[in-house]
Design a protein around this ligand. Structure first.
Ligand code: SF4
Length: 111
């Protein structure tokens, strides 16, 4: 019986383990984001940035540059993936925002 582990086996297993770590971390982060409490629109920072949970309810007079296609789900700050109902937001750390929400910081997510 061969008791020694070959150098090739060690390198192969190391590469596999190294490649799995980021995937496990990303999954854990997504699970964490899904567990975040929803952002309260009455939060002082949320109010200051005009956050609404429904982009179709944006005050057009106060936000003349808002367009119907501008939603959290299309924002560069949104941390959820396509199809997620909610996701984390880089601006409102520690909270989730709805896919259809909006605030004044909205910026197009890169393609
Ligand atoms: S920064 Fe973007 S993702 Fe965050 S609340 Fe504003 S519009 Fe939504």
């Amino acid at each position: 019986m061969k008791d020694k582990i070959s150098r090739r086996a060690i390198v192969t297993r190391g590469l596999i383990a190294t490649s799995l770590i980021p995937m496990l971390g990303l999954s854990a982060w997504r699970a964490h984001a899904a567990a975040l409490p929803p952002l309260d629109p009455s939060d002082p920072t949320a109010k200051a940035l005009g956050f609404v949970v429904d982009s179709t309810k944006v005050d057009a007079t106060a936000n003349p540059s808002h367009k119907p296609t501008q939603k959290c789900g299309t924002c560069a700050q949104f941390q959820g993936k396509a199809g997620d109902a909610t996701g984390g937001c880089n601006i409102f750390v520690g909270h989730s925002v709805p896919q259809g929400g909006w605030c004044k910081v909205w910026a197009q997510k890169p393609a």
